[in-house]
Design a protein around this ligand. Sequence first.
Ligand code: NDP
Ligand code: 2IT
Length: 445
Amino acid sequence: MNVEKMMNALEAKHPGEVEYLQAVHEVLESIEEIYNANPQFESAGIIERLVEPDRILTFKVPWVDDNGKVHVNLGYRVQFNGAIGPYKGGLRFHPSVNLSILKFLGFEQIFKNSLTSLPLGGGKGGSDFDAKGKSDTEIMRFCQSFMMELWRLIGPDTDVPAGDIGVGGREIGFLYGMYKKLAREHTGVLTGKGLNWGGSLIRPEATGFGAVYFAKEMLATKGESFEGKKVALSGFGNVAWGAAIKVNELGGKVVTISGPDGYIYDEEGISGDKIEYLLELRASNQDIVKPYSYEFPNAKFYAGKRPWEVAVDVAIPCATQNELGKEDAETLVKNGCMAIAEGANMPCTPEAVEVIHDNKLLFAPGKAANAGGVATSGLEMSQNSLKFSWSREEVDEKLHTIMVNIHKACVEHGKDAEGYVDYVKGANIAGFLKVANAMLDQGVL
Ligand code: NDP
Ligand code: 2IT
């Protein structure tokens, strides 16, 4: 494999799919050496088959708003690779959603799911639907219409969607209800379900918990812990919420959260009742960042800015892709930040990652650090198959073990001669090898 040639061919075939090409490029660079050292990969065309999704479904999603007006959104499901298990990955509802974004997310998901050690293939889906300002009944009608198309493509052993940006417990409920009606069966076809109808304890917190467990392992390699550390989070959704809880539990202090309009700096720390207050705002579909600064006047709101200008020990970007650029990384380095863990998928630009690596910071890529979410989805699927529920402690312990093992796999494949761990390389190689070997075993498909 020649990375440049491969990228040129992909750019010609998929012009303008910036995020997808960015994600593929990163993986190809990491695996080039090991790929070329194992000629069986080349002769089986593994990489050419891996970079293209198995299939993509695109469909229209018509729905009626509360005033009787008809709207049409686009819906997608990208079934990327099913070598090691049923397609698995979230649904994103956000106006920015397009095929490039879903292909990048589906591609990343292949390696992430492989790292979890569970039998999960990679997929992703979603819609350009904007939930901001919509009523619950509008969201319900949209989800029902979306599922009327999607249901034929998914199943508990075929493809198991879950949440992502804009899709949480409420949306999964509406989607599941419609699936159940159409398929006439109660199965674990979606994860992130409510606790009363097949969901798993810890799933809502799992991505954030997992990212903090992973960062804890990284810090431990330097003899450090979260105790007394200042931590910057971005966003305040499913992932940031879980991360905030776990950082506080481990003795760290969360000083920032953000939204599309700016960030909050709360020197006193965001914990306890403040987190409860944020959750109430989120549940009511409101902007949360600005109101926080009215409720807690010691906190400052910085309009139109990102939290990376605050001096912190650890940064955990939890909002969206490419939200932390080169200059942000330079500022974090200058301010003495020692570790960055990607709670979101690909929040750091390639230029930012270069700065972080050049300065030998601890850096966890999303496909390793945020794998706790999908891993706990995998645990939800296991519980559904067993028709049994594990306790909070049991799920948390399994999640913790999975994160510790992912960290070990990254170190095994990413440590260089001087002892610095390139977790990006480690995660990509470890994730790739399992999938590539499964593809070799199963023939050309
Ligand atoms: P949520 O929708 O729950 O939260 C997203 C948060 O990020 C919100 O606070 C949102 O603000 C903010 N945000 C969204 N888009 C932007 C933007 N363009 N600029 C600035 N802020 C933005 O999503 P999740 O927490 O589920 O997902 C966050 C990230 O984590 C995504 O990258 C997702 O792919 C990844 N991830 C999610 C997992 C999960 O289990 N949910 C698992 C692994 C990764 P607002 O609501 O005001 O728009
Ligand atoms: O990016 C992700 O890993 C997720 N949004 C979670 C996917 C899942 O199937 O739980």
